[in-house]
Ligand binder design. Structure first.
Ligand code: GAL
Length: 669
């Protein structure tokens, strides 16, 4: 459990560096990430390098015993590069070039960018690859941030056409796969294919999806280029990237194939403020100063999966951010609570953003651990408190007893399915993270630990597998479901689309029909405020909203006799049915119903979910090794259902809003 910070020596006078390094050490930090935007300082002119300042910065940090994570600086190409090679600059969906003057002004497909990247990353890795203080490498910074995954340059178009040729070989095959019989859209050659934007109305869904897949592959390729160069010169040093929250524009699982660790940047308050598409205004008020109780945790679990079990928080919000519409002050205690929450979910490092608030530049209103005048800010004080508490915990714990174990429940995240829902949402609120977070949140309210896994990840050892509306079930997942003995819970729309984004044949739920003798004969989405009553008998009454799959049972299938309809909509259509170890939810339902239905499935799986009332609003539990962590976001004090023989280490069984509790679980409790 290490603590770190993001630091920009190039933004401060050299005379402060030593003092800063000493203060970092005194605060209990041990890792510092630097350099990820400093390309123009490292290479002031093409091929001319200035390492003196970076050598010195690393030495100053190392002299205080601090470890360095070195970021490659490609998120901020220097002006000389874009001047000499305008193809580096991306073009937005509006057809306009995104000029020099901020950051991320590059197109992933630019050959000039690749060449310049090869030069700077090689030079950097050669110089610092073997440096004892440089313990890890970060590639670039937040791929895709500021809407930069998709770029509409002529270079990107040519690359897209080549990508299509490699995938389909002949244009006839592509036409067939895309369903160009519709509106007579036969493309005459690969060279005739354009971007799927700007047409009078939506482009072919398969065209849009292939463009998303292509753009994702471009990110993967660019990252791989960097990783290979770093590995060649920095043997034994882990390579990571800092991914973002609420962001799915490229396939993170594909990208992380080349990484050792998935890091992510956690801004709980910024994320609540920007999640307007699936958090209501009252919810955003409620969690505005604490962060949402499940959103941050979801990302920890997601990125632990993306990172093959290794997850870091590379940037942790430590006070107000500057980039949301409204930027609240964290509730006192939350910086500490977020840090413990990250550790509870398996983080190896939590690194705060940033060391000191900078009084100039675009982020001058963004807080840090220290105020612009150098005094420790509230977040800094809380970081110091966490340091002392980690030391206390480590007196009782060791690596073995703190090892994150496999969770009993797996929730599958499939990036292409998220793109499919965005391309054809059919109901405005069905795209994005909302439906997935509803399932994740229900599991967590029942006190269950969750692994968020890739669609091709092994399912061995899981008692329950949740497909939270995974539109496309790839063959690898279907095979794993076949081999598994887990209880499977599928949300609405699961299995409804082919890889090419058309409706499955036979009808949805596609491959799930192997287990469930049902057909989705129609679907409907519902405007906000419209609900359909649901009667689940002994499992409660409630409301459906947003979406429903209208299910008919296949009367000819023998399996019909084994199929139980456990809940129905007011018009008689099944809302929840089960056969054997498969459960199907035919729509989005209110939280209380979802909790009950998932509770039933969890008990079928041999798990012991908590009573939904056991965790007060905002209270969540998470086990790591032999330890139980409780994080409470309020709004009122909450009693933690602590197992009988657990030994208290930190906090008490009644937690105030923003408080944390840790217990040592004796085996079996
Ligand atoms: C992240 C980014 C940082 C900084 C931070 C501010 O997206 O990686 O460089 O801009 O946001 O919250």
């Amino acid at each position: 459990m290490r603590l770190g910070v993001c630091y920009y020596p190039e933004q401060w006078p050299k005379s402060r560096w030593r003092e800063d390094a000493r203060a970092m050490r005194a605060l209990g930090l041990d890792t510092v990430r630097i350099a990820e935007f400093a390309w123009s300082r490292m290479e002031p002119a093409p091929g001319e390098f200035d390492w003196a300042w970076l050598d010195e910065a690393i030495e100053v940090l190392a002299a205080e015993g601090l470890s360095v994570v070195l970021g490659t600086p490609t998120a901020a190409p220097p002006q000389w590069l874009v001047d000499a090679h305008p193809d580096v600059l991306p073009i937005g969906a509006d057809g306009r070039v995104k000029p020099f003057g901020a950051r991320r002004h590059y197109c992933f497909s630019s050959p000039s960018l690749a060449e310049a990247t090869r030069r700077i990353v090689t030079a950097m890795a050669q110089r610092y690859g073997g440096h004892p203080a440089v313990v890890a490498w970060q590639t670039d910074n937040e791929y895709g941030c500021h809407d930069t995954t998709l770029s509409y340059t002529p270079t990107a178009l040519a690359a897209f056409q080549r990508w299509l040729r490699a995938r389909y070989e002949t244009v006839e095959r592509m036409n067939e796969a895309w369903g160009t019989a519709f509106w007579g859209l036969q493309f005459l050659s690969f060279a005739h294919v354009g971007f799927p934007i700007g047409q009078p109305t939506a482009a072919l869904p398969a065209h849009a999806l292939d463009f998303r897949r292509f753009a994702s592959d471009e990110v993967v390729r660019f990252n791989r280029l960097q990783v290979e160069l770093i590995r060649a010169h920095a043997p034994g040093r882990p390579v990571l990237h800092n991914f973002m929250g609420l962001f799915a524009e490229f396939d993170h699982h594909d990208c992380a194939v080349d990484l050792d660790i998935a890091a992510w940047d956690s801004y709980p308050l910024g994320h609540v403020d920007t999640a307007a598409s699936f958090l209501s205004e009252p919810e955003r008020q409620l969690w505005g100063r604490t962060g949402h109780p499940d959103m941050t945790a979801f990302h920890h679990d997601l990125y632990r999966g993306v990172g093959h079990g290794r997850m870091w928080v590379m940037e942790q919000q430590a006070g107000p951010v500057n980039w949301a519409d409204w930027n609240a002050l964290p509730l006192p205690g939350m910086v500490r609570a977020w840090t413990w929450e990250a550790f509870a979910h398996g983080a190896e490092l939590v690194s705060y953003f940033r060391w000191r608030q900078l009084p100039f530049g675009q982020e001058q209103m963004h807080s840090g651990l220290n105020r612009p005048d150098g005094a420790l800010d509230d977040g800094g004080l809380e970081a110091a408190q966490v340091r002392a508490e980690i030391d206390l915990l480590l007196e009782r714990a060791n690596a073995e007893s703190l090892t994150t174990r496999q969770a009993p429940v797996a929730l599958v995240v499939d990036y292409p399915s998220l793109w499919m829902a965005q391309i054809q949402p059919q109901g405005k609120d069905m795209a994005g993270f909302g439906p997935m977070l509803a399932y994740y949140g229900a599991l967590r309210r029942l006190g269950l630990d969750v692994d968020v896994i890739a669609p091709d990840a092994p399912l061995d050892g899981y008692a329950m597998v949740v497909l939270p509306g995974t539109l496309h079930l790839r063959e690898a997942l279907v095979e794993r479901l076949r081999a598994s003995t887990a209880i499977v819970v599928a949300g609405p729309r699961t299995g409804s689309k082919t890889e090419r984004l058309s409706i499955t044949e036979p009808l949805p739920p596609g491959p799930l029909r192997e287990w469930l003798p049902v057909r989705v004969r129609a679907v409907e989405s519902m405007r906000p405020g419209r609900t359909v009553a649901i009667d689940a008998g002994v499992h409660g009454q409630g409301q459906g909203m947003q979406w429903r799959d209208l299910i008919e049972l296949d009367p000819e299938a023998d399996a019909v006799k084994e199929t139980l309809v456990l809940a129905r909509y007011e018009d008689g259509a099944p809302a929840w049915l089960t056969r054997g170890r498969f459960h199907l939810h035919a729509g989005i339902v209110d939280e209380a119903l979802l909790l009950r239905w998932i509770g039933v499935a969890a008990r079928d799986a041999g798990l012991t979910p908590l009573d939904p009332q056991a965790l007060a609003p905002g209270l969540r539990l998470r086990r790591r090794g032999e330890f139980l962590f409780a994080i409470h976001r309020g709004p009122a004090p909450a009693v933690v259902p602590v197992p009988d023989q657990a030994i208290p280490l930190l906090g008490s069984a009644t937690l105030a809003p923003g408080a944390v509790g840790i217990w040592h679980l004796k085996s079996g409790s």
